[in-house]
Write a protein that binds this ligand. Structure first.
Ligand code: G3P
Length: 226
């Protein structure tokens, strides 16, 4: 468990699953809209079934599309029937700071045996509270944290310390990746997982000096007639 792919693009998921690099997939309504997944829950189900089957048993996070407390529970139960590897994403609170989400997270984890990935979090303290509520995963949108002028590495370090000290099961997902260097930086700070869009993995692998070195080997092999 280290790198998740933040996409619903089936070709990209196939590509990196084949390499054995990724340990899960995350999505959100914005990603799905960008990739043309429309048609309500029916359209979402059709698109996500392929992803769920392709990566199973690796976890796939799917986000609820309502902020009504009962609606979130009903949707979460429906999403969970789509595959054993479904993890339901719930935002830490509503768009106006509504607190109902925390009870929803607790109920899903403790009464319905549904794994929850709490998302849209910007600080260690938000993630800590979500972990206390019983979340399996806490997502800190670390790129957005940096964009607001706070240091995401420090938030991840503080969170790692708190989860360990209070023996909370939540896994830390660092999300909202902005630079290739974020992956190693956030994992080193204590994140369990960094979720990335596919271009970042290519960025981690390909190096100009490696290209030059490989070309040198090939040229010399050719000169030697091998
Ligand atoms: O899962 C949350 C993540 O995808 C958000 O990323 O780039 O919209 O900040 P971004």
């Amino acid at each position: 468990m280290a790198i998740y792919l933040d996409t619903s693009n089936i070709e990209e998921i196939k590509k990196y699953t084949k390499m054995g690099i990724i340990s899960g997939v995350t999505t959100n309504p914005t990603i799905l809209l960008k990739e043309g997944v429309k048609g309500g829950m029916g359209g979402l189900k059709e698109a996500m079934q392929k992803v769920l089957q392709l990566v199973a048993p690796l976890p796939v996070s799917l986000e609820v599309t309502t902020n009504d407390p009962q609606g979130m529970i009903t949707q979460a139960k429906e999403l969970a029937t789509w595959g054993k590897n479904v993890v339901v994403k719930i935002t830490v609170h509503g768009p106006k700071g509504e607190l109902d989400n925390m009870a929803v997270i607790h109920e899903l984890e403790t009464k319905h045996n549904i794994r929850v990935n709490v998302t849209a979090m910007m600080s260690a303290q938000q993630c800590f509270v979500a972990a206390l509520a019983g979340a399996s995963y806490v997502s800190i949108l670390s790129g957005r944290v940096n964009n607001m002028g706070y240091n995401s590495v420090e938030e991840i370090k503080k969170l790692r310390h708190l989860l360990d000290r209070f023996q909370l099961k939540a896994k830390i997902i660092a999300a909202s990746t902005r630079e290739v260097l974020n992956v190693v930086e956030w994992l080193s700070a204590g994140a369990d997982i960094v979720t990335v869009t596919p271009n970042f993995i290519e960025g981690m692998i390909v190096h100009p000096y490696t290209k030059e070195t490989v070309q040198m080997f090939l040229n010399d092999a050719a000169k030697a007639g091998h």
